[in-house]
Design a protein around this ligand. Structure first.
Ligand SMILES: Nc1ncnc2c1ncn2[C@@H]1O[C@H](COP(=O)(O)OP(=O)(O)O)[C@@H](O)[C@H]1O
Ligand SMILES: [Mg+2]
Length: 311
């Protein structure tokens, strides 16, 4: 597997990172003669509006790639929703997918564990490489795949069952043994156990929105996946609950690869290591370290988007 971030040197790193992204703008930006020494001139004045997480020291220098997409196209009937997206997503980091509504973020996320299989008119072309294999190969079982690549949605969706059974479901659906220990451990890793201990037999629907979302995260991590996909997991929550989810995501990324869609750019800046910017038409326009995307994007349209000129 290709290291995604092999060198602290900026130019080398850019080459390595851009190697995983195919966009028509790459050719322009890398041949720009002002590029090599133009970093400081190009600095976008967004540092005051975005707080970029600076706890990079404890990140692995050269993360392995967890998932790689190659020339991924998605169509809904005749409408193309993703255009040839190639991207290497590092393991045990947080990768944020941002961009205006309708640009294909959810579509891309769903491709990563074949949730688009469930949409009749969706057609996926290209490859998603995971553990040395294309997940769209005929012999891949989507249910087994989703044990390794779990998903959490925007609207907390616990079942009308007890807290315990909600988590147990995550294990049962994968034919894994349900024990009190595995259920409690999942609740603990989802930062919920303390709040619900002693009442695991109460309905999951009795919990607050933020607790319900953490319950859904517990359900997703119970079978101990490798990757967790999250589609705007905090956008239905109040600020306090959102902040708990953000803290939890940071913790989870020590053990899991987290890929999160968010329409909240501050959130992406706060919690992610890498940011991918999709723009209208389902094009991945820029993908880089979060700090570079928010402080010094290569692409003018990305700069316009993150400085609020559109979107
Ligand atoms: N189930 C679907 N059926 C038909 N078109 C869809 C479906 N889901 C998404 N689309 C279309 O695909 C495009 C990308 O949508 P989506 O991935 O939901 O974008 P985002 O998550 O960035 O808002 C949009 O034009 C949307 O209307
Ligand atoms: Mg969406």
């Amino acid at each position: 597997m290709t290291p995604t971030d092999p060198s602290p040197d900026r130019n080398q790193r850019r080459v390595a990172t851009d190697g995983g992204v195919s966009t028509t703008d790459d050719a322009e930006s890398t041949s720009d003669p002002t590029e090599a020494d133009g970093d400081s001139e190009k600095l976008v004045d967004v540092s005051s509006s975005f707080t970029v997480s600076d706890d990079d020291e404890d990140r692995p220098q050269a993360a392995e790639t967890a998932i790689e997409t190659r020339d991924l196209d998605v169509y809904y009937g005749d409408e193309q929703a993703l255009q040839s997206v190639s991207m290497e997503i590092p393991e045990k980091q947080v990768t944020a997918l941002i961009g205006p509504s309708g640009c294909g973020k959810s579509t891309f996320l769903r491709c990563l564990n074949r949730m688009n299989d469930l949409i009749d008119i969706a057609n996926v072309d290209g490859e998603v490489r995971f553990e040395g294999k294309n997940i769209y190969d005929e012999d891949v079982d989507p249910v087994a795949l989703r044990r390794k690549i779990g998903m959490v949605f925007q609207q907390p969706n616990p079942f009308p069952k007890s807290i315990y059974d909600n988590v147990a479901f995550g294990l049962e659906v994968q034919d894994e043994a349900v024990t009190d220990e595995t259920v409690r451990r999942a609740l603990e890793r989802a930062a919920l156990l303390e709040e619900v201990d002693g009442r695991l037999d109460e309905s999951g629907l009795e919990l607050s929105g933020g607790q319900q979302q953490r319950l859904c995260i517990a359900r997703a991590i119970a079978p101990d996946p490798e990757v967790i996909l999250m589609d705007e997991p905090a956008s239905a929550l109040d600020p306090v609950a959102t902040s708990k989810i953000e803290d939890l995501i940071a913790d989870l990324s020590e053990e899991y690869t987290v890929i999160i869609v968010t329409h909240n750019m501050q959130q992406a800046a706060r919690i992610s290591d890498k940011t991918a910017v999709f723009l209208t038409g389902g094009e991945l326009v820029e993908y880089d370290d979060t700090k570079d995307i928010f402080e010094n994007p290569d692409n003018q349209r990305v700069e316009d988007y993150i400085t609020g000129k559109f979107g």
